[in-house]
Ligand binder design. Structure first.
Ligand code: PHE
Ligand code: ZN
Length: 850
């Protein structure tokens, strides 16, 4: 319920808790509407704290009784927690509370999903389970006894004892409450084991609902690979006898790294060739790795407070990206990450929701699980590694684990480790954590007498709360190419630390062509005025795979922008350059498929806005359609060859090689469909024996305005598979024509299988609507109104998912006055909803204040 005045929490106000917790014993008597939680907690005064006020967080708890050292007390309870008078010496706190997991639709705390009990405690969900100092710097060992008539009863740590209707778990590693987890249900295990580098045997279980057993093998392999990789690359070994993963259908996020008991959104772990796409497989592998890697970066070393969230998330995303690069293709992974960062983080960082990677204040921490904290946070680690070098990075990480194991840390601790390991002063580098906004990198060049001078400039636009920006340390990877495409200078890291700085390269035989920001060495916007011919040259010759791709991307983006603003037609530099790349059999298929990609419509809208134009979503959509049609005609003769080259005649495997081939084959099919009206796609649909190709073919048909029969056959085939049905819902909305998108989404919300309280299903429809740029922004505002209707409806049920989806409106100030007015009306309508959650209130007010 809405607070009278929402309170803002500040980083600068941090103080340690007045007490230390030596041990926590919890007993759960499970019942759907009256679960009893009995806690016995050993507290003692914290010698490092000055304030010894005893306050325990607690929300939506019914206190049955409480005692201190055995004597019953009557503490003062509010809707936020309780206070009590306590001894000045160590004491035992005991409490019994009652909670209602069966009515917990917010999916935070203890809740139920298809008859199964499960928990989600990050960030502040433990306070909905019992009274506790629910903050990450309070760490303790936990013993948990679960009573309930369900066959599988799980908690963190190692199993210690069990009997008829109960089980007990002991987690020997001190942890904050946000890593607590409990699961109880009728589950089946896919089991395996792993021998660690010191020879300990670890039992691995992936727990799923009966019926999902066939979707576990891939996740289990990913887990074992992750465990091995963390030993090989970071020297980190697993530290319990058992590692459990549970798949749940109702989950707000992707997955959660609870100690020894990871809980996953079933979409982030269950996979089979028939039901999952290659992209699903890759994502699942990365998320399994991510959660596993948290065992060291997050759990053994955790965060002092939630302002330090990037300490665990940025580092863990960086680690999972390294893992994916090692398991698959490093250039392809880097390109995917750049695409993703530009699609999600850049709009956030350049709009009303912009915030530093380490924010200084928040109202609701759940609103800060953002692309900025995760992905920009990971980019910062990548830059740090680039700046200090691989060896120093390894040394610093060893020191980090050695010095901080078992602690709750800050960004200062993290940077200190690097300063100590390398002797480098990182005070300017630290601005990456405190300054929000995406730096723009400007370039000018000078050439005379064999000397090439490259001048780099940096500038960051004002962002909410930050008008003045200081120069940041930007590692700019640069290589120089000669006129014939030979490399004159290999990649070198230029450290840009000033607002403007020149770098001199002398003794060159000819005027070079610079390849700047190779490997996307910093999360910045490169502003470089290249002609189409120069971009085409880099597309043909750049030796850096990222920048070669980038040259093609910039070329096509310029082409599209000129089509939109000047009615231009696609030029030969792009079309022939693309053809050459597609013909180059030395390039792997995945890379060539990426070359066929286009910037999103939303990115084009942002680019137009930057150039001073008001983006017209329909004009953007039309330009993309036209370009695709022209491209199809231009590469037409090549398509049969691409098709035959991408035939996979081995059994299906979701590996990099095969999925690259399917990606290229799918892209070729999409172009073919523009020429044959869907004849080939219809055949491909019939032949498909895996979801990648089945969904790919169906997409082609729908985009061509066909596929009605296939769509209903698909429904009949998959109506009993929840995850595939999410795809069925999502696809129709994503591929709906601009004037039909809102109506399509509305019709689907009336479908019997539209279970809107399930976050995956809700996002499948509403998320897809928000992502269908021309459809969402179609004139008249039906898309805005529909999304707003549903956000208002979902908010009391699930504030966290509602608030996250508000970001669909974050770019509203880019558009014309009519659209702004329509969006503003919806934003105000949401804001004025009685009892709006704190989560959504904060998001809407930040967006409205743009
Ligand atoms: N900590 C989780 C992760 O990054 C994300 C998460 C946050 C999940 C909050 C649930 C709730 O892996
Ligand atoms: Zn994480």
């Amino acid at each position: 319920m809405r607070d009278a005045a929402p309170t803002t929490i500040y980083l600068k106000d941090y103080t340690p808790f007045g007490f230390l917790v030596d041990s926590v014993h919890l007993t759960f008597d499970l019942a759907a509407h009256a679960t009893r939680v009995t806690s016995r907690i050993a507290f003692r005064p914290n010698p490092d704290a000055s304030d010894h006020q005893f306050f325990l967080h607690g929300e939506e708890l019914k206190l049955i009784r409480a005692s201190i050292d055995g004597a019953t007390i009557s503490p003062e309870v509010t809707d936020k927690g309780l206070t009590a008078d306590v001894p000045t010496a160590p004491f035992i706190w005991e409490a019994v509370v009652e909670i209602d997991p069966g009515n917990n639709t917010a999916l935070e705390g203890l809740y139920m999903s298809s008859g199964m009990y499960c928990t989600q405690c990050e960030a502040e969900g433990f306070r909905k389970i019992t009274f506790y100092p629910d903050r990450p710097d309070v760490m303790s060992t936990f013993t948990v006894r679960i009573k309930g008539d369900l066959p599988v009863l799980l908690s963190n740590g190692n199993p210690s004892d069990q009997g008829e209707g109960w089980a007990e778990w002991v987690d020997p590693w001190p942890k904050p409450a946000y890593l607590f987890a409990l699961v109880a249900g009728e589950l089946v295990a896919h089991s395996d084991h792993f021998t660690t580098m010191s020879g300990r045997d670890v039992v691995l279980n992936l727990w799923v609902r009966p019926g999902d057993e066939g979707k576990c093998a891939f996740g289990m392999e990913a887990l074992k690979k992750s465990m091995k990789w963390d030993e090989d690359v970071y020297g980190r070994e697993y530290d319990l006898d058992v590692f459990n993963i549970v798949a749940v259908d109702d989950f707000n996020m992707g997955a959660m790294e609870n100690k020894g008991l990871n809980i996953f959104n079933s979409s982030a772990v269950l996979a089979s060739p028939e039901t999952s796409t290659d992209m699903n497989f890759e994502r699942i592998e990365a998320i399994i790795a991510h959660e596993y890697f948290h065992n060291w970066t997050g759990n053994r070393i955790t965060c002092r407070d939630w302002f330090q969230l990037c300490l665990k998330e940025g580092l863990t995303v960086f680690r999972d990206a390294q893992f994916t690069s090692d398991m698959r293709s490093a250039p392809v992974k880097r390109i995917h990450d750049a695409i993703d960062l530009r699609a999600r983080q850049f709009p956030e960082d350049n709009g009303p929701l912009s915030h530093p990677v380490r924010p200084e204040s928040f109202q609701e921490i759940n609103n800060f699980y953002t692309s900025t904290i995760y992905e920009k946070g990971a980019e910062i680690i990548g830059m740090l590694k680039t700046l200090v070098g691989d060896d120093s990075y390894a040394k610093a990480l060893d020191l980090y684990f050695e010095r901080h194991d078992g602690q709750a840390c800050t960004i200062e601790d993290w940077l200190q480790v690097f300063e100590d390991a390398t002797g480098r002063d990182l005070s300017q580098f630290k601005r990456w954590y405190s300054q929000s906004g995406t730096p723009r990198l400007g370039v000018s060049e000078d050439w005379a007498d064999g000397t090439y001078t490259l001048t780099l400039r940096q500038r960051t636009e004002p962002t909410p709360g930050q008008d003045e920006k200081l120069p940041q340390v930007i590692p700019v990877a640069v290589g120089l190419l000669g006129p014939n495409g030979d490399e004159l200078r290999e990649t070198e890291i230029l450290e840009l630390t000033e607002a403007e700085q020149s770098f001199v390269f002398s003794g060159l035989p000819a005027k070079p062509m610079a390849s700047i920001l190779r490997g996307f060495s910093a999360p910045v916007i490169l502003e470089q005025d290249h002609s189409d011919a120069e971009r085409a040259f880099l597309l043909a010759h750049d030796t850096d795979p990222f920048n070669r791709w980038q040259a093609g991307r910039s070329l096509v983006q310029d082409t599209l922008l000129r089509m939109i603003t000047q009615d231009a037609t696609p030029g030969a530099d792009y079309l022939d350059g693309l053809l050459a790349v597609l013909l180059d059999a030395d390039l792997d298929a995945a890379y060539r498929a990426l070359m066929l990609g286009l910037p999103t419509q939303s990115e084009l809208a942002a680019a137009l806005h930057e150039q001073g134009h008001t983006p017209d979503p329909m004009a953007i959509w039309t330009a993309i359609e036209t370009l695709r049609q022209t491209t199809a005609q231009h590469v037409q003769d090549l398509l049969p060859r691409l098709h035959s080259e991408t035939v996979v005649d081995e059994p299906y495997a979701p590996d990099a090689q095969q999925s690259g081939k399917r990606a290229l084959g799918g892209a070729a099919l999409a172009l073919t469909t523009r020429l044959d009206g869907g004849a080939m796609a219809a055949q491909a649909y019939t032949r498909a024996d895996n979801m990648t190709q089945q969904l790919g073919a169906l997409s082609c048909l729908l985009r061509a305005g066909k596929g009605k029969e296939e769509l209903s056959a698909f429904y009949d085939q998959w109506r009993h598979d929840r995850l595939v049905m999410d795809k069925w819902f999502g696809l129709q909305v994503s591929l709906a024509a601009p004037d039909a998108a809102a109506q399509t989404a509305r019709t689907l919300t009336e479908h019997a299988d539209f279970n809107w309280k399930n976050p995956n299903r809700f996002r499948a429809v509403m998320g897809a609507l928000a992502m269908n740029h021309a459809g969402f922004h179609a004139a008249g505002g039906a898309g805005y109104a529909l999304l707003a209707d549903w956000l208002v409806r979902l908010d009391p049920v699930n504030p966290q998912t509602t608030a996250r989806m508000c970001s669909a409106f974050q770019t509203w100030k880019r558009y014309d006055a009519d659209r702004q007015a329509l969006i503003k009306t919806q934003l105000q309508r949401i804001a004025n909803t009685p009892d709006l959650s704190r989560d959504t209130t904060e998001m809407i007010s930040r967006i409205l204040n743009a």
